[in-house]
Design a binder for this molecule. Sequence first.
Ligand SMILES: Nc1nc2c(ncn2[C@@H]2O[C@H](COP(=O)(O)OP(=O)(O)OP(=O)(O)O)[C@@H](O)[C@H]2O)c(=O)[nH]1
Ligand SMILES: [Mg+2]
Length: 367
Amino acid sequence: MCIELRDYGFTHEEFFAAENFLNQIKSDNENFIPGRVIEIRRNMYKVISRYGEVPAELGGGFYHSLRSGEEFPVTGDFVILKYNPDGSSLISGLLPRRSKFSRTDFGGHAEGYVKNIREQVTAANFDYVFILSSLNHDFNINRIARYLTASWQSGAFPVVVLSKRDLCDDPGSKEAETRKIAKNVPVISVSAKTGDGLDALAPFLEPGKTIVFLGSSGVGKSSLLNTLAGETVMDVKNIRGNDSKGRHTTTHRQLFRLPSGTLVIDTPGLRELGLWDSREGMSLAFAELEELFSRCRFSDCTHRSEPGCAVLAALADGSLSPEQWKNYQIQRKETAFVEQHSSYLKQKKEIQKTIARNVRQIMKKET
Ligand SMILES: Nc1nc2c(ncn2[C@@H]2O[C@H](COP(=O)(O)OP(=O)(O)OP(=O)(O)O)[C@@H](O)[C@H]2O)c(=O)[nH]1
Ligand SMILES: [Mg+2]
C-alpha cells in the first residue's frame, strides 16, 4: 500500500521539518520516515505513513529527548518513525506543532493543595476547532466561552457548532445568545440526525485540513463525525434521560479521513476544561472587552467604582453583558492561578524577561 502523507495534512512545513530532523541525526537510513499519529491506546500508537497504518511505540532515543523537555506525541502529531515492516515501528522524533489544544491537568492536586499542575495536550496540528455544544437542556454559554479561549490559544480557528438542532424549538435565539460571546467566530447550528444545517460546515471541510471536535460528553461529536463520514466509524451511545449528560462513550482520540479528504480528530468529552496558558487566547476571545480598558480614565482602573470607567459604562448601556464580564473575571483569575503554579509557565516568564532584557540592551547600543 502506498499512502500520500499529504492527504493526511502533511504540508511543506512538515516536509522541511522532517528533512531537518533527519539532517540533525545525520541519517540517510531510508527506514526513517515521517508519519502522523492517528490513534493512541495506552502506550501503543497507530501511525499513518507511506506504508499505510503501522503500529508504533516510543523509541529509546525519544525517551532520551523527553528528559530534555520534549513532549509525548498526541493524536494529530507528525513524527519520525524508524519503520519496521515486521512489527512495531519506533517513534524517534516529534516534529514541531503548528497548533495544539491544551488543558490543565490537576493530577498533582492532593490533600487540599496544589502540588504541581501540568499542561495536558489533547490534540495537535489542526486548522479548525469545532466547539460542539448541544441545543438541548445541556446548553451552557459559559462553557462555550471557556472553550473559545482555549481554542484561540491553540493557534487554530474556532467554530461553534450547536448540535441537535432537531431537539430545539428556537435555535435562532440560542445562536444569537452564542454570537454575543463568540465575536468574530462562525456559529452554526446543525442536526447530525436530520442533516439540517450541515451545508454551512462545507467551507471548513477542505481536503487536507484537520478539524478537532471538542465538547462535553454526549453533545454528539461522534454522531456528527459518522454523519459526515457517511458511515459509522465511531460508537455512539444514548445520553442519560434525567440530566442529558453523556456516557463518555469515546475513550481515546482518533483521527479519521472523511470522503471529502478532510481530517477529523474525534475526542472524548471532557468533564471539565481547566484553562492552561491562556493569556493570548483570552485577548482574542475578549478582544472587544479588553479594548475597553484602554478607554478608562485611570490606567490602573479596577473597574469597580472609578469615574470614567469604560467597563462600567458598557455594562450600564448594555453593550457588555454582566455574564461576559463575569466570564472574563473568572477566566483571568484562573489563568493567573495557572501562571503562578506551573513551573513551565514560570520558565516561560523567565525567557520572556530575558528576551525583554536583550531587546533593551540592543536598543541602548543603537542609541
Ligand atoms: N436528536 C438528536 N440526537 C443526537 C444528535 N446527535 C447526536 N445525538 C444523540 O446524542 C447521543 C450522544 O451522541 P454521541 O455522538 O455519542 O456524543 P459524543 O459527543 O461523541 O459523546 P462522548 O463520546 O461521550 O464524548 C446519542 O444518543 C446520539 O444519537 C442529533 O443531531 N439529534
Ligand atoms: Mg464520542
